[in-house]
Design a protein around this ligand. Sequence first.
Ligand SMILES: C[S@@+](CC[C@H](N)C(=O)[O-])C[C@H]1O[C@@H](n2cnc3c(N)ncnc32)[C@H](O)[C@@H]1O
Length: 246
Amino acid sequence: MICSAQPSTVEVRKFWNLNVVQKQESLFGQRLRSKHDDTLCMNLPSKNEEYGTKEYWNQRYTQEAAEDAHFDWFRSYADLAPFIRDVMPDKKSRILMLGCGNSKLSEEMWEDGYKNIVNIDYSSVVVEQMRQRHQAVRPEMEWHEMDVRDLQFDDDAFDVAIDKGTMDAMMTSKGDVWDPPEQIVQDCTKEVDEVLRVLRKGRGVFLYLTFGQPHFRKRYLMRPGTTLEIKELGEAFHYYLYVIRT
Ligand SMILES: C[S@@+](CC[C@H](N)C(=O)[O-])C[C@H]1O[C@@H](n2cnc3c(N)ncnc32)[C@H](O)[C@@H]1O
């Protein structure tokens, strides 16, 4: 069985934890509906900080393998396609998917004509699952076990890099969101340093989709020689698409 799901409201609430603002509480109060949501709920970490560990993700993807599950955090390709096509009119663009998980984003972009996608995740479990799932039908796509803080690619190797919820997973350790722990600052800074290094200078684009409001994210994303544009998605519950151009 192939399942497709948006993250359950319970999970988004847990993941978001410290950043939840009062007016959005009612949205998170919805109850879980599907069996798949129930499985995902069973995989919730006991502590929010576990989202920042490789062990948690490996264990979660091992459990989800039984359902051959897909799980798209925050938004699906259908929601993002207009923005992606706008910033990436050339379907031959070389794309780096940062922390791919078992999302359908790469698959659906591939179906839309973007064939040149390199997927990375630090969970060896999900990388192997995704390779097995896609290699026969989508042989051009690459799958690598790799950390976003230490990219094993040459400088200027990609036109576009996409992060949907991956930097957020590195921001789940305990602490003051207004004054984040040094480890979070270092991790996010390293990811952005690495992404800007591997993007083609003068024409590279980094797309980052998150629930994180600009005050909490701009500090990592604003760099000399780049431009930052922020788009808001959604009505009651907002996501933010940060567009950084080299
Ligand atoms: C919240 S999930 C998002 C998955 C997918 N991008 C999506 O939109 O559905 C975060 C993913 O990032 C991966 N991840 C977290 N930290 C990472 C790191 N430092 N390097 C590579 N992958 C990482 C996790 O293994 C997990 O698959």
